[in-house]
Write a protein that binds this ligand. Structure first.
Ligand code: HEC
Length: 146
C-alpha cells in the first residue's frame, strides 16, 4: 500500500515534469517563430525604406504588430525554457529587467515607425527604422547566443 502510494506520487511528479517540459518547449518554439516573423516584418520595412516608397500607410499594421510582440516577448522566458533548442542566453533568464528594457526599446522604435507610416512621412520612417535595427542588435548582444 505504502509502496503504491509512493509510486503514485512519483508518477504524479513525472506528469508535472512532462507538462513543464512541454510548456518550456512550446515557449521556445513561440520565441523562435516570433523572431522569424520579426525578421520578415523588418525586411518588409527595410524594403520600403530602400525603395523610398511614399505608400507607407499599409505598413502601420506591421509596425504595430512588431511593437506588440516586443512587449510580449520577455514573458516567454518561462521556467525550464533556458534548456533545449534555444539560443537565449542565461542572462535572458537572470536579468529580467534588462531584457524588458531591451524589449521596450524595440517597442518604442516600432511605435515611431507606426506613427511615421500613419503620417506617410518617409524621412521619419527611415529614421525610426534605424532605431528598430539598433534595438535588435542591442538585445541580441546580451540575450541571444551567437
Ligand atoms: C528583447 C530582446 C530582443 C529583441 C529586441 C530582438 N530579439 Fe531577436 N532574439 C532574441 C533572443 C533572446 C533570441 C533567441 C530566442 C531563442 O532561441 O530562445 C532571438 C532570436 C532571433 C532570431 C533567430 C530565430 C530562430 O530561428 O531561432 C532572429 C532571426 C531574430 N531574433 C531577429 C530579430 C530582429 C530582426 C529583431 C529586431 C527587429 C530582433 N530579433 C529583436 C532577443 C531579441
Amino acid at each position: 500500500m505504502r509502496r503504491l502510494f509512493i509510486a503514485g506520487i512519483i508518477a504524479a511528479f513525472g506528469f508535472v515534469g512532462l507538462a513543464q517540459a512541454q510548456t518550456a518547449d512550446s515557449a521556445i518554439a513561440a520565441r523562435r517563430a516570433g523572431m522569424q516573423l520579426t525578421a520578415a516584418a523588418t525586411g518588409a520595412l527595410k524594403r520600403a525604406v530602400d525603395a523610398k516608397t511614399t505608400e507607407l500607410k499599409p505598413l502601420k499594421g506591421t509596425a504595430d504588430a512588431l511593437a506588440a510582440w516586443a512587449k510580449a516577448f520577455p514573458g516567454l522566458m518561462v521556467a525550464g525554457s533556458d534548456k533545449g533548442d534555444t539560443k537565449s542566453t542565461a542572462e535572458a533568464f537572470s536579468d529580467k529587467p534588462g531584457l524588458e528594457k531591451a524589449a521596450m526599446a524595440l517597442n518604442a522604435a516600432a511605435l515611431k515607425v507606426s506613427a511615421a507610416a500613419d503620417a506617410n512621412d518617409a524621412t521619419a520612417f527611415a529614421a525610426a527604422f534605424g532605431e528598430v535595427g539598433a534595438a535588435c542588435g542591442g538585445c541580441h548582444r546580451t540575450y541571444r547566443q551567437r
